[in-house]
Design a protein around this ligand. Structure first.
Ligand code: 7TS
Length: 408
């Protein structure tokens, strides 16, 4: 970990930040949707194509061996980053979404009886809702919902009451993409484990802001995507406890997930390869590992402190904009701030901000039940990354003043 947090040096590592949009310097505040990539990640992907491009796990030639070593050592980097003990507990997936679908199909489906319960919260992203609904339709399981308070905190008493003899899994988001809430997942996991209920954590938003340690959390599964943590799109990971992965049937069939195939019978490979059918996203895995090494180099504690300052500043200054209302004021927040401006549709706010060079997201953030909870159809969301500056908040506030002038 480096001691100094050199913001200007960090910004120079991200070529995309240095551009103009509609004649204004880009102010990128849509990091919860996806993050920009440091040159190290872009170089890692380019180097693979320029030097090592080859398939993995099947070639005797030098390029294939290099690619295989690089791919498997990326798995080790990811293991270390999240504090797992065994690289065989890291499954490469396409994304958080695919990781959750994998758990739904291979872990939970074989265990479900009609009437069994799956417990998720009111603040989940659609990717931690719809896979369970699909499972509900095919198995007769029941989806139960942990309520949240007006501030955007999980109702822990209600949660305790919902953990019952029929609960087969808890699926909970670590950091909400719509409200920024950081959930007390360690406590929630311990509460579930007291009743022998496994817990899947959706870490899509947490992975870039918090120092995640899956062993300390004791979660059964942890899902995240590389593109939200300065890595490439189309690659993510599922951490799963070895005892679970060993029991799980394959998710998809194809090459690499088998030991031997005859028409009469196929013997499946061991985890994690059992769950990685077909040629994987090799360059994505290398880019993902490079991204995690990059943030480890900066230091997650330094990143957390920097982003906390930005969040504090934005939370103090945004409400000074007349007619602005923050949505979600949870005890602990990270990364994202949602708000609405009196009488002005979030899409109009987003469009005018864009004209000022300020990129935010306006919409339901793929978390429509959260919007329903607050009686809204959409919010404006500003979300921060390690490269954002106080000037970016100034630009956001100036942009919001322009919005108000247009609608005055
Ligand atoms: N879970 C959470 C909490 C998310 O924020 C997202 C993506 C996902 C899961 C799905 O991740 P994916 O990489 O599989 O797509 N969230 C957002 C967002 O807030 N704006 O765009 C994507």
């Amino acid at each position: 970990m480096s001691a100094a947090f050199d913001l200007e040096a960090i910004r120079r590592d991200f070529p995309a930040l240095d551009q103009q949009v509609h004649g204004r310097d880009l102010v990128y505040l849509d990091n919860a949707a996806t993050t920009q990539k440091p040159r190290a990640v872009i170089d890692a992907v380019r180097n693979f194509y320029e030097r090592d491009c080859s398939n993995v796990h099947r070639g005797v030639h030098a390029l294939s061996q290099r690619a295989t070593v690089a791919y498997e050592s990326s798995r080790t980097t990811i293991r270390k980053h999240i504090g797992a003990h065994d690289s065989r507990e890291i499954v490469f997936t396409r994304s958080t979404t695919e990781a959750i679908n994998l758990v739904a199909a291979s872990f939970l489906r074989p265990r479900l009886q009609p009437g069994d319960e799956i417990l998720i919260s009111e603040m989940e992203h659609h990717s931690n809702i719809v896979p369970w609904q699909l499972l509900r339709e095919s198995t007769g399981a029941v989806l139960r919902i942990i309520p949240i308070s007006d501030e955007g905190n999980i109702d822990l008493d209600a949660y305790q009451g919902l953990l019952g003899p029929k609960t087969r899994l808890v699926g909970i988001v670590h950091v909400s993409n719509a409200l920024g809430t950081v959930n007390p997942i360690k406590e929630m996991i311990a509460m579930a484990h007291e009743k022998d209920i496994p817990v899947l954590v959706d870490g899509a938003q947490a992975i870039s802001h918090l120092d995640v340690d899956v062993v300390d959390l004791d979660c059964d599964f942890y899902a995240f995507s590389a593109h939200k943590v300065y890595g490439p799109s189309g690659i993510g990971a599922l951490y799963g406890k070895r005892k679970h992965l060993l029991e799980m049937p394959p998710f998809q069939g194809g090459g690499d997930m088998i030991l031997s195939v005859r028409f009469e019978e196929t013997i499946f490979n061991e985890p994690p390869h059992r769950f990685e059918a077909g040629t994987p996203n090799i360059e994505g895995a290398l880019g993902m590992a490079t991204a995690l090494e990059y943030i480890d180099g900066v230091g997650l504690e330094a990143i957390r402190k920097h982003e906390e300052r930005l969040m504090k500043e934005a939370s103090l200054r945004l409400p000074e904009v007349p007619g602005l209302r923050l949505i979600g004021q949870a005890r602990q927040r990270a990364g994202a701030i949602s708000f609405v401006l009196n009488g002005i549709h979030p899409h109009d706010v987003g469009t005018i901000l864009d004209q000022e060079g300020v990129a935010v997201r306006a919409g339901h953030h793929c978390a429509q039940p959260v919007m329903q909870r607050y009686g809204l159809s959409a919010t404006v969301r500003a979300s921060f990354g390690l490269y954002n500056r106080e000037e970016d908040i100034d630009a956001l506030i100036r942009g919001l003043e322009s919005v108000r002038e247009v609608f005055a």
